[in-house]
Design a protein around this ligand. Structure first.
Ligand code: ADP
Ligand code: ADP
Length: 240
């Protein structure tokens, strides 16, 4: 049973004359890393957003661990969001290019917000797990800091902890290092490599080709609304 199964997904924005994603199908096996590449505007971001439930789809299905969590409705293009319940939403995590931490909450407050508010978990238990996650990304000493006191690379690592505390079955990364200064890129990529090693299922959009070559179990190239190339051999894919 794959972790994620996307079948015949079609996505068209309300004001567009053709679909940005046209009948896309693929599966992501459990514990594997799936990398999505393609030119700017090819729909990489849109693909992740539909999987995360941030955008409705007009055709096809998205299934998690064999359970369909999203079904395309042709008339849904104008809806701002998919209809997915918050319980289903928390099963897929997403980290964005802009580390959107809540500015009025500390690092610990940012990480424990969703588990306590949405999942109704015990605060002390959530805080213990948050501290463990911060240790894992090298930020244990910053738990009481405010977002504005952190570097971009530190904020992005906090954003990763905020996703991880919900134990997502699939974790999506949309260009998470694109806005970082070069010296901070490595520390974020290293965290992602560690997650891959620990068996976290991930889908990654990135322009860091050396990183993609090192981490990918499977690569797809999107263009013109279609998967135009795919490979289980990232080394060969990125060397050609
Ligand atoms: P990529 O991530 O590959 O750069 P995007 O998914 O951001 O591509 O965008 C794919 C296409 O969809 C682009 O033509 C973009 O302008 C368009 N698009 C993205 N978001 C929206 C939106 N909210 N409304 C309308 N068109 C959009
Ligand atoms: P990315 O390439 O990372 O998706 P963009 O700058 O293309 O970044 O998009 C940033 C935001 O603007 C996204 O929320 C996207 O959905 C929205 N957007 C992009 N293109 C369009 C468009 N043509 N019309 C409306 N919204 C858009």
């Amino acid at each position: 049973q794959p972790a994620l199964s996307v079948s015949n997904l079609t996505k068209q924005y309300a004001n567009a004359d053709h679909p940005v994603l046209d009948d896309i199908s693929f599966t992501v096996p459990k514990g594997k890393v799936f990398v999505v590449v393609g030119p700017s505007g090819s729909g990489k971001s849109t693909l992740l957003r539909t999987i995360a439930g941030l955008e409705p789809i007009q055709g096809g299905t998205i299934a998690l661990d064999g359970e369909v969590i999203e079904t395309g409705r042709p008339d849904s293009a104008k809806a701002g969001r998919s209809r997915r319940s918050s319980a289903l939403r928390t099963r897929i995590g997403m980290v964005f290019q802009s580390y959107d931490l809540f500015p009025n909450k500390t690092v610990l407050g940012n990480i424990t917000l969703a588990p306590t508010l949405v999942q109704k978990r015990d605060r002390a238990e959530a805080e213990r797990e948050a501290v463990k996650l911060l240790e894992r990304v090298g930020l244990a000493d910053r738990k009481d800091a405010w977002p504005h006191e952190l570097s971009g690379g530190q904020r992005q690592r906090v954003a990763i902890c905020r996703a991880l505390i919900l134990h997502p079955e699939v974790l999506l990364f949309d260009e998470v290092t694109a806005a970082l200064d070069p010296e901070m890129v490595r520390e974020v990529l290293d965290v992602m490599l560690g997650l891959a090693k620990s068996g976290q299922t991930m889908m990654i959009v990135t322009h860091e080709m050396n990183f993609a070559r090192a981490i990918a179990d499977h690569v797809i190239l999107l263009d013109g609304g279609h998967i135009v190339e795919e490979s289980d051999d990232a080394h060969a894919f990125f060397t050609n």
